[in-house]
Design a binder for this molecule. Structure first.
Ligand code: SF4
Ligand code: SF4
Length: 61
């Protein structure tokens, strides 16, 4: 299970340093590597990228 980033991403960069498993990569639209995303299980109560994204672009894949 992993989250994914939609085309709504405005490339603000806020999510990048928040990911505990370094699953997020920069781009015109940021990208989550599904092999690395653990949905923040063991780190936070809820997916951190979804919590911090200002445009709600981080969603369940
Ligand atoms: S849900 Fe957590 S582990 Fe997955 S990409 Fe977002 S911040 Fe990283
Ligand atoms: S926080 Fe949201 S808008 Fe900003 S880079 Fe991440 S996914 Fe894109």
């Amino acid at each position: 299970m992993a989250l994914t980033i939609t085309q709504d991403c405005v490339a603000c960069g806020v999510c990048l340093p928040e990911c505990p498993t370094s699953a997020i990569s920069e781009g015109d639209v940021y990208v989550i590597d599904p092999a690395k995303c653990v949905e923040c299980k063991g780190y936070y109560d809820s997916p951190k990228c979804a919590e911090v994204c200002p445009v709600d672009a981080c969603v369940q894949a």
